[in-house]
Design a protein around this ligand. Structure first.
Ligand code: FAD
Length: 580
């Protein structure tokens, strides 16, 4: 009898192992939507392609320039990539030992990927989509069905979605998605949204830009939008787009995203990258740069920008005491770092002083590994919970992390401090507190599935804090975002926070880097700067305040920890987060 039992147990375990293997294989090979066919048909995609073509035009008369690019995030790397295409020689100086900045990722002792943030790609990312195409890595994006999934706060464990019908052109597909969902907004609420959204549809970008002075709440009051729209949609959007509550956020952010999603048929369709960004997206850019004679240095933090008697950059001084000379210099560091490096002689210039008005927003990324598979959705979910923004079950969403037996949830925890709407300073809380708070919220999203008898147990976690992430898009910030061209002839700015028509996002970072490359390529070719590249005027208040201002010595970047460079890190490290 015991032998028979042993045999039975062995057979059962074998079958279980086989079935789990098969389901992993099935998950890995489940057909997923192809690259959306219409993303390459948009005006924005064509404009982005035209700029790439202009930069890579072999007919352009070139003076080969050596260009030092400070920062190896997406913006600095994109800048270097396009400078290489334009026949120049970039040298990227990245402070950390890992590329990517806010998209950086690293492996833990088990080989699991720890990410600075859950990053979602949208169809409405024309420069990013061109970049993937140019690098020949489009197959690395794993597209999801075209829908937006929201948790239902009043119905624990229930989800609802806006489903965009296939083959229907914009804006009808979004209209169908909104009208087709009867669980989130009543018909009357939908109708009452129209007066606010109509001017955006009719007037486009000028209307959107003008709304930067208003918070979401102020805009809603002005256009008589019902509070339910805020509760159902805008809170979730604000937390996802800029990690804060909508009463603090500029309406231009929401409208910019909505405008793209409404006007581009595949604009709101989402994709996940098939692994960590340093390897899957940054490395191909580095290879591209190296193959054209450029260089990328890791572990090379800039300590100071040395300015010559002519007011231009004389050289860059690195933290190890060495210096770097180039023909031109690009700063692609986050705005909070840039302010610390701003040379004293430039600190009175209105153009650079306006950066004082921009500041990075805190956010926390949490990864939770469970011993069981949770009921999961194949795509991004808006949690609509007080502490969390969006999340995804990566064991379902990304083929490389596929696991049929265990879930790995990646969650964006926002808002993270009181200033941006949180109930406490979560960025200074311990990992245990953050994880406990997440589990509390998840018990509502997955009722009965986590903890308790038979419920999934947490195997391990990773908490990555970024106290200064993308610039906080509070009302009125757009006017302080500087152009890539600066008043200093041999110095150009990049970074998602500089002026460009996409938000503080991966797309914005790539576009800003590309625009910075365009400034340099135009100057080197003796071309008059393109319209997009003229020096953006500085707001009169900043100009007035700069008069008679005393120069300020740069405080410099203190320490070598990731957050000193505007990145995210695990553990509290050397920093006092209470004051972050
Ligand atoms: C949690 C989280 C989730 C996000 N989710 C999304 C998303 O879903 N979709 C999306 O589009 N965007 C998302 N973003 C935003 C996106 O990551 C950023 O907009 C983008 O990566 C910024 O790129 P960047 O190159 O402008 O800046 P960074 O990535 O900050 O790059 C700046 C680089 O400069 C380096 N540096 C700093 N100081 C120095 C120095 N002194 N010397 C040399 N180098 C230096 C840094 O180390 C870094 O590598 C998210 C961000 C976070 C934090």
């Amino acid at each position: 009898l015991p032998r028979r039992m042993m045999l039975r147990t062995a057979t059962i375990s074998l079958l279980a192992a086989l079935s789990s293997l098969l389901s992993v294989a099935a998950a890995a090979h489940a057909p997923r939507p192809p690259t959306p066919s219409r993303i390459k048909l948009t005006q924005n995609f064509r404009e982005a392609a035209a700029l790439s073509a202009k930069l890579a035009d072999p007919a352009t008369p070139q003076q080969r320039k050596k260009v030092a690019v400070i920062g190896g995030g997406l913006s600095g790397l994109a800048c270097a990539k396009y400078l290489s295409d334009a026949g120049h020689t970039p040298l990227v100086l990245e402070a950390r030992d890992v590329l990517g900045g806010k998209v950086s990722a690293w492996q833990d002792a088990d080989g699991d990927m720890i990410e600075t943030g859950l990053h979602i790609f949208f169809g409405a990312y024309p420069n990013m989509m061109n970049l993937f195409q140019e690098l020949g890595i489009e197959d690395r994006l794993q597209w999801k069905a075209h829908r937006m999934t929201f948790a239902m706060p009043q119905l624990p464990g229930e989800f609802t979605s806006f489903d965009f019908p296939d083959g229907v052109p914009a804006p009808l597909n979004m209209a169908a998605a909104i009208l087709g969902n009867t669980e989130m907004l009543s018909l009357l609420d939908k109708v009452r949204m129209v007066p606010g959204l109509l001017p955006m549809l009719l007037e486009g970008q000028p209307f959107i830009d003008a709304q930067d002075e208003l918070s979401v709440k102020e805009f809603m009051d002005k256009y008589g939008m019902p509070e339910t729209v805020n509760e159902e949609i805008f809170i979730a959007m604000a937390k996802a787009l800029d990690f804060m509550d909508p009463d603090r956020m500029s309406m231009a952010v929401v409208l910019t995203a909505m405008n793209r999603f409404i006007n581009e048929a595949d604009g709101s369709q989402t994709a996940f990258l098939d692994g960590g960004q340093p390897e899957r997206l940054c490395a191909p850019m580095v290879d591209h740069v190296l193959s054209r004679g450029g260089e990328v240095r890791l572990g090379a933090p800039l300590a100071a920008i040395e300015v010559g008697d002519d007011g231009q950059v004389a050289c860059l001084r690195l933290a190890d005491g060495s210096s770097v000379e180039a023909d031109l210099y690009v700063s692609a560091v986050p705005v909070d770092v840039f302010k610390k490096l701003l040379p004293a002689s430039w600190s009175t210039m209105p153009f650079f002083r306006q950066t004082e008005e921009l500041i990075g927003i805190p956010v926390i990324n949490v990864q939770l590994w469970f011993d069981k598979k949770l009921r999961s959705v194949d795509g991004l979910c808006f949690s609509r919970s007080p502490l969390l923004s969006v999340y995804a079950d990566m064991s379902t969403c990304v083929e490389e992390y596929a696991d049929a037996d265990r879930s790995m949830l990646e969650l964006v925890f926002a808002p993270a401090t009181r200033e941006v709407g949180a109930d406490r300073n979560w960025i200074g809380a311990s990992d245990a507190e953050v994880v406990a708070a997440c589990l509390g919220e998840l018990s509502r999203l997955f009722p009965g599935e986590i903890g308790g008898e038979g419920g999934a147990e947490l195997l391990k976690h990773a908490v990555v804090r970024t106290p200064r992430s993308v610039y906080a898009a509070t009302p009125g910030r757009n006017r302080y975002r500087p152009s890539q061209a600066t008043p200093v002839p041999n110095f150009v700015l990049a970074g998602d926070w500089t002026s460009q028509k996409f938000l503080g996002s991966m797309e914005g970072a790539v576009l800003a880097g590309k625009l910075a490359a365009e400034v340099i390529a135009d100057r080197a070719a003796g071309r008059a700067a393109a319209t997009s590249q003229t020096l953006k005027p500085v707001h009169e208040e900043v100009v007035a305040a700069a008069e008679g201002a005393a120069p300020r010595e740069p405080v410099g970047v203190r320490g070598r920890h990731p957050i000193a460079f505007g990145g995210g890190q695990q553990g509290l490290g050397e920093t006092k987060f209470e004051h972050a």
